[in-house]
Write a protein that binds this ligand. Structure first.
Ligand code: GLU
Length: 505
């Protein structure tokens, strides 16, 4: 068993955008596969045609491309176990439905929706199981002839799994330990519907995990209730020896910690819950995505990895490779993980600090251009290096440093009142004259010349710098003064000084 090759899968149903919880599930599968030299398979579980949403599959693939989660096999990736889209595997499932029918492990049920409703009205907490199945219209209760006639007349049916009551079912979960239930609580689940000739999730999921040689099923907690049924299905097929190991991940909780994280929490508190922006094809509604909201993919990955798992030391910043090395499935938490979106913003800030200035400048360039500014790349890179420590998102750089590109046309009233004194115009004229006379306008040289001038005149450092800042920026913010004048250049510095003198007087 131990030498079995690790093969895991991420198996979304294409019913809409991928929720952030699904992204974490995929990430944990990826980390686990890579640290064990195994394969990650991308399977599409689209047997419920009613819930199919066009564009969802492509959206999911694009999300993983952006995040850097790579698949080895599956839809669009190829491999030996295809097709990987369940809607293209009908014949395979039919064969396995027949195996169960022939061995008496499943049966055909002809009950119409109306008949089922009538039963539910008649019997409180009705469940289709060993205690009721003989009173229903199915191949166990009818004669072989009656069954043949119903099928021949085109009566639609479903195939139900015949759950034997009183059996102990043990799910050995890598995160939760042994979960034991009595099979009597399970109902005879529908495995197949003749109407669309498609299996239900349960049958397709088991058959595919078996045929695709899946070694570990790592998925969300919401699937834990299905696990005992899945164990029984493996038993019914005689596949116990190759049954995958289960690991059910805990829920993602609201930032406040009470209850499951939902899209509404994101809308309420201003963070996305989807990796990419999603345009609902039916309603046209747009939901925000991490990518479009300015999150770095590395920050999203790092943050998600720590939701429900931690390396047991104080290290927080981890690259994908660090995560692959350190991740430990058995150390994932059983308790739900609070979605601390402020921490996610902190991660984004840290990744911006870590990134190359040139890369950030390249990402910032379109923002700058959208404001009608034609900036030079090397200038932008210098500005980014000075200013990136002040923002959490690249797009916030515009507000932080637009003064580099656009001269102030107004002066913040409060700052002007406080910082522009009666003699400021006079002193700024002197400063302008001094700067104009500098042949070497480097930051160092300006710094030196201006300091000497302030000292020789006995002026206050604060009063000069504050008025200078107001003239160049229009308000009281920004980096070191010469980091501003040095980058905008002599001509622009002088123009801004003269304008302030004229306007503020
Ligand atoms: N199709 C299921 C989903 O949408 C997969 C559950 C599983 O991983 O078994 O999440």
């Amino acid at each position: 068993m131990n030498e079995r090759k690790v093969r895991v899968r991420f198996a979304p149903s294409p019913t809409g955008p991928l929720h952030i919880g699904g992204v974490r599930t995929a990430l944990y599968n990826y980390l686990f596969a890579k640290q064990n030299g195994g394969d990650l398979i991308f399977r599409i579980e689209d047997t419920d045609s009613n819930r199919f949403v066009p564009g969802a599959e492509e959206y999911i693939l694009e999300s993983f491309r952006w995040l850097g989660i790579k698949f080895d096999e599956g839809v669009t990736f190829g491999g030996d176990c295809g097709p990987y889209r369940q809607s293209e595997r009908r014949d395979i499932y039919k064969k396995y439905v027949k195996v169960l029918l022939d061995s008496g492990k499943a049966y055909m049920a002809f009950d119409t929706p109306e008949e089922l409703d009538a039963k539910r009205a008649e019997i409180e907490n009705f469940q289709y199981d060993a205690s009721t199945r003989m009173s229903m219209r199915n191949s166990l209760a009818l004669t072989a002839r009656e069954v043949d006639e119903l099928v021949a007349s085109g009566h639609q049916y479903v195939v139900r799994f015949k759950v034997e009551p009183g059996e102990k079912v043990v799910v050995n979960d890598l995160i939760r330990g042994l979960v034991t239930i009595d099979s009597s609580i399970l109902d005879d689940k529908v495995l197949y519907k003749s109407a669309d000739e498609l299996p239900t999730y349960h049958l397709a999921n088991i058959v595919d995990d078996h045929l695709m040689n899946i070694s570990h099923v790592i998925r969300g907690e919401e699937w834990l209730p299905s696990a005992p049924l899945h164990v029984l299905l493996y038993r019914a097929f005689g596949w116990e020896d190759t049954m995958p190991q289960f690991a059910h991940l805990s829920l993602l909780l609201k930032p406040e910690g009470n209850g499951k994280l939902s899209k509404r929490d994101g809308d309420r508190l201003g963070f996305p819950v989807f990796p990419l922006e999603w345009h609902d094809p039916k309603s046209g509604a747009i939901s925000s995505g991490f990518r479009e909201s300015g999150y770095e993919p590395e920050a999203v990955i790092n943050f998600l990895a720590l939701l429900g798992w931690n390396p047991g030391d104080d290290v927080e910043m981890m690259s994908m490779n660090d995560l692959i090395a350190k991740f430990d499935l058995s150390k994932c938490s059983k308790a739900g993980a609070r979605f601390d979106y402020k921490k996610m913003i902190w991660f984004n800030h840290e990744y911006i600090l870590q990134k190359d200035d040139a890369d950030i400048a390249a990402a910032f360039m379109p923002v700058v251009q959208s404001h009608g500014v034609d900036a030079d790349m090397s200038l932008l890179t210098k500005i980014v290096s000075l200013m990136k420590g002040r923002v959490n998102f690249v797009h916030e750089l515009w507000d932080a440093c637009s003064f580099y590109f656009i001269a102030p046309t107004e002066y913040d009233e409060k700052t002007a009142k406080k910082r522009w004194k009666e003699d400021s115009a006079q002193k700024m004229s002197e400063l302008a004259a001094l700067l104009e006379g500098l042949d070497d306008f480097s930051i160092e040289n300006q710094d030196k010349a201006v300091h000497e001038w302030i000292e020789s005149k006995g002026y206050g450092m604060g009063e000069i710098m504050n008025a200078f800042r107001l003239a160049l920026v229009g308000e009281g913010k920004g980096p070191q003064m010469f980091d501003i004048s040095g980058l905008i250049g002599k001509e622009e510095t002088l123009a801004r000084l003269r304008r302030a003198i004229a306007v503020l007087g």
